[in-house]
Each structure stands twice: as C-alpha cells, then as structure tokens.
Design a protein around this ligand. Structure first.
Ligand code: SF4
Length: 434
C-alpha cells in the first residue's frame, strides 16, 4: 500500500519510489538525485498508478532526451490492428512514449490495450476523444463532459494528458486582432477555441483546472500543458499569442505543483533556427525548469515530405538548449496519417536529434556508443559497426546491396579506402592501390 499520491508527493516526503530507482539506474544517477529533481518539478516520471506494464522513465533536461511517437486511428485510416503493429514497432525502435491521438470509433479498448501491454509512457489528448466518446457535436458538449473524459483516461491508466489550459476567451480577441498567418494549428487547441467561440463560455480546462488537478493527483497523471498557440509557421514564431499563453502556462505549472501534480510544458512548433535557443531559455525561465516537450521545432516551412528532417534539425538544437522531450515528426507531417515506414523514418530522425543533443549536453555515457563505433570503423569491423548502429538493418542492407570487391573496404572508395591505407601504413605494410 503506497503512502503517497504522486511521484512528486513522494519525493517531497523524502520517499524514493521504485520508479525513481529505475530512472536513477537508467540515467546513471543516484535515487536521491532523481528524488530531489522530481520534488522540484524539474523531472517528471509519468507513471499512472494503474499502468501496470510501464517501464518508467524520467523526463527532464538533465536526463537523456526522450522521444514520443504519435499514433492512433482516424476516420480515413481506422484499422486498430495496424495501429497496434505500429505501436510495438515504435517501442522496439526505441520510442519512450506513445501518444494515442485516435479520433474515430470506440477509442477505449485501444487505450486500455496500450496501458495493459505497452511498456512506454502513454499519453492522450482528452479533448479529441470527447467528441468521439459522446458521439455528439462539439458545441453540444458541456464543461463537465470534457472533465469526465479526463477522468476516464486517468482511470484507463494513461500516464500523461495534453490539456490546452492556457488559452482563454481573451485569446479569441488576440487571435482575431493579431492576424497570424496560421492562426491556431494545434488540433486540441483549435477544438477548445472553436468550443469557446460557439458556446460563449470560458475554456473548461482553464476554468475547472483545480478539478482536473484533483483527478491527476488521484491517479498520478502528469499534465502536459498544451501550447494551443504554438507557431504553425516561421512568421508566427515568438509572437504575442505564443508568449502570452506561455506566461499562463507558467502560472498553471505553479498551481499544479502546489497540489503535487507533475507537469510538462509543450512548446513550438515552427521556429527559425536562430530563435530556438532563446525560446528554450524563456520557456525554462517562465515555467521554472519544468520539463519542456517540443514538437519539432520545424526550422523551415517548405519541406513537406521531409519534415522529419526539418524537425530533427530543430529538435537537436532545442534539446541541446534545454528541451527534455521531443515529439517525433514523420515525412507524412502536413500530408497524411503516417504509415509504418513513415513512423520508422520519424523515430530514427528524432532519435538522431535526441542523441546528438545528449552528447552536446554531456549526459553521462551518452557518447560511449559513438566511441565504440569509431573503434569498430578504425578496424573495419562491420559486425561491430552494426551493433552500434541506430538502424543496423538499413546499414547492413546498403553495404550488402553494393558489396565491395575486397572485404576490408566498402564500395565508396575501394582500395583508396583511407582507413585501410592508414592501418597498413601505421603497421609498416605495403599499400596496394591498383
Ligand atoms: S572505403 Fe572509403 S567510405 Fe568505405 S570505409 Fe573506407 S574510407 Fe570509409
């Protein structure tokens, strides 16, 4: 019988939970260090007390950068079995979290399957599910309906929920006056905005925030404070809509911590490369070091089909500058629901970004595998190179497809192989090139 509510409550009571011990082991930290970071809100261990299969992870800028994979069915692609295959493939490829963004059919069995079978952190966006759950149009839903869906997701074992608590009725005027190029591009944010416009009422996730905190405290659900006004194009980055919401997210972070509820804060969006570092510093300051969860940021708007790359460039800079959690972006971003290959490409791109940032941040042992790879490359040991590779299957198949004449080279340079020449030269051997 646990004598604490949330991980943060335990930490503040001086208790080291089994989850903190697991995180400490994975991160090469002491359990006491992790406990103290959780107590301050600088690390979130998203671990719903009902998610029995969870392999816990910590999210914080001083820990290994985590990556999230968005999945879930839509009206146009509604096969839950296919979606479950993507989930397990994503976990095998190293996803730390899965966000179920399903927006069609009966979502509960899939959500429960995730929390009963998947070891990754599970996140949802309850406002999407509200329309689906009640099978009623958005305008007919009440504030209580929305809050009840938050409770339903907490009871289903979800570890973190994205809630767009930071926009208010004031945001409606601001968006109209400010004339952003892309208005609101957050799906959940646009639903909350539309509901406020149609009903004339205040944002229920803002107005009833204390009730939401009580639910999150009861089940230890981490709130991921959604950034409804995140910039959806470079021109909107850092504008008054984004910054005004961020200030409110800082206030909401403080209120959550007062109830021992763990918080992550979501961030942009599309941001020019030279603005990313400043964005991260402002976010960390305003939100008092709460873990920062970014989508991208995408550093250019003109690469549909390649947005896993535009986001990996931004994600690496963001994580090196303090972001703790990267939401993957696939080549299908802005175009379609990702298929299995898109999911794979998105995960690999995010993992490269996260790993590059971890090396730059000097996360303990982050670079060890790179050093092992260099050792394997120096002696042209291909099997050991596959062991170090992020995607060994792809690496091996490229080499096999264009096999060299001599096994101690690759078909890029053949006998002009610099590695081979240097090894032979340093061993005093004759170097045959022709
Ligand atoms: S052949 Fe060229 S590319 Fe291939 S391992 Fe040698 S130096 Fe590297």
């Amino acid at each position: 019988m646990r004598n604490y509510t949330t991980q943060m409550d335990a930490a503040r009571k001086g208790i080291i939970t089994p989850e903190m011990e697991t995180v400490a082991r994975k991160e090469y930290r002491t359990p006491e260090e992790i406990r103290d970071l959780v107590a301050k809100g600088q690390v979130a261990i998203c671990a719903n007390r009902l998610h029995g299969k969870l392999d816990p992870n910590g999210v914080g800028s001083m820990l290994r950068t985590k990556i999230n994979v968005n999945l879930g069915v839509s009206r146009d692609c509604k096969d839950y079995d296919v979606e479950m295959q993507k989930v397990m493939a994503a976990v095998n490829m190293g996803a730390d979290a899965i966000m179920d963004l399903s927006s069609h059919g009966n979502t509960q069995p899939f959500r429960r399957k995730l929390t009963s079978e998947c070891p990754a952190m599970i996140g949802t966006v309850p406002v999407y599910d509200s329309v689906i759950h009640y099978q009623r149009d958005l305008a007919t839903l009440t504030a209580k309906d929305f809050i009840d869906v938050v409770r339903l997701h907490a009871e289903d074992g979800v570890d973190f929920v994205t809630l767009h608590c930071g926009i208010t009725r004031r945001t409606i005027d601001q968006i109209k006056k400010h004339k952003r190029k892309m208005n609101i591009v957050s799906r959940g944010g646009s639903l909350v905005f539309a509901w406020m416009c149609m009903t004339g009422e205040e944002n229920p996730f803002f107005e009833y925030y204390d009730e939401i905190l009580d639910i999150c405290r009861e089940y230890d659900v981490t709130i991921s404070l959604g950034d409804a006004s995140r910039p959806g194009c470079l021109a909107d980055a850092g504008d008054v809509c984004q910054i005004e919401e961020l200030v409110r997210l800082g206030e909401l972070t403080k209120r959550a911590w007062e109830k021992d509820v763990q918080v992550m804060v979501e961030g942009p969006g599309h941001v020019p490369l030279d603005q990313i570092e400043a964005n991260m510093k402002i976010q960390q300051t305003v939100c008092m070091g709460a873990p920062f969860y970014v989508l991208g940021p995408l550093v250019t708007d003109i690469a549909p089909g390649y947005d896993h790359i535009t986001s990996a460039i931004g994600g690496a800079v963001a994580a090196a500058s303090g972001a703790a959690f990267l939401c993957y972006v696939t080549p299908a971003e802005h175009l379609a629901l990702p298929n299995l290959e898109d999911v794979k490409q998105g995960i690999i791109a995010s993992k490269i970004a996260a790993h590059a940032a971890d090396i730059a941040k000097k996360i303990p042992h982050a670079r060890d595998i790179d050093d092992r790879m260099a050792d394997a490359r120096r002696v042209l040991d291909w099997d050991r190179q596959w062991e170090c590779a992020l995607d060994p299957g792809t690496a091996r198949s490229i080499r096999d497809d264009r096999a060299p004449e001599h096994d101690d080279t690759c078909s890029m340079c053949g006998k002009f192989c610099a590695v081979r020449s240097m090894n032979k030269a340093l061993n005093g051997e004759y170097i045959d090139i022709l």
